[in-house]
Design a binder for this molecule. Structure first.
Ligand code: FES
Length: 237
């Protein structure tokens, strides 16, 4: 096992594992850094820029995204300087201009002393944190959604903006979305997500809805389960 190194955060010496990020080291020392696109189940991504911190290097300081910047011996980090606060406030103002209704964004904004945005932007809802795209690809292993466009017009969508042909309707994208903008509905034996309808498998014994048929078929193939494995629900097995 590699040896623990020492870094300094806000003047306090903190032990850290080599290869970990500044964010994880700060979290393990209970130092708050706001985040939106970070999720410890997913690979580091660094898109929202809310987690910016200031590091001292040679005779100058520079801003880095703490969720993707790896620790190094003697690294000197500040998480609450006026420069850091200004960047975070700007980022959260831009995000709440895109989505003024999210309780998660409001909570972070309040913590940063922001009650409303100076900016008037089209309210797109999605804040492009990319967690939905990444959970689908990295955890579920399906890759059913992706990005379209660039910059401010960038959007998360299905291939060719049509039906979600590769989606298995597991709902991971909807669950992980920090601003709740991926609707998932379930009614009368049908789950609807990405404007696509997926019939639910019913338990052959009690009639309870188990999961979308497509999701169960995916698991069956992936884990080489017997064909009748999902015929009954866990209560009836
Ligand atoms: S949490 Fe680091 S850039 Fe989003």
């Amino acid at each position: 096992m590699s040896e623990t190194i020492t870094i300094t955060i806000n003047g306090r010496e903190i032990p850290a594992e080599p290869g970990t990020t500044i964010l994880r080291a700060a979290q393990s020392a209970n130092i708050y850094i706001p985040t939106l696109c970070d999720n410890d189940e997913l690979n580091p991504y660094g898109s929202c820029r809310l987690c910016m911190v200031e590091i001292a290097q040679k005779n100058r300081t520079r801003m880095v995204a703490s969720c993707i910047y790896e620790v190094a011996p003697g690294l000197d980090i500040q998480t609450e300087t006026p420069r850091v606060q200004n960047v975070r406030r700007l980022v959260i103002e831009l995000l709440i201009a895109r989505n003024p209704y999210s309780s998660k964004l409001k909570e972070i904004a309040a913590r940063l002393g922001i009650s409303k945005s100076r900016f008037e932007l089209e309210q797109k809802g999605c804040i492009l944190c990319g967690q939905c795209v990444r959970v689908c690809r990295e955890v579920v292993g399906v890759n059913a959604i992706g990005y379209k466009g660039r910059g401010y017009t960038r959007e998360v969508t299905t291939p060719f903006e049509g039906p979600a042909i590769d989606c298995i309707a597991c709902g991971s994208c909807s669950q992980i979305c920090p601003v709740d903008v991926i609707p998932l509905k379930q009614k009368d034996g049908i789950r609807t997500i990405w404007d696509t309808e997926f019939p639910m498998q019913k338990c052959k014994s009690c009639g309870r809805e188990i999961a979308p048929i497509k999701q169960l078929e995916y698991f069956q193939t992936k884990f080489k389960l017997p064909e009748n494995h999902f015929d009954t629900c866990i209560h009836c097995r």
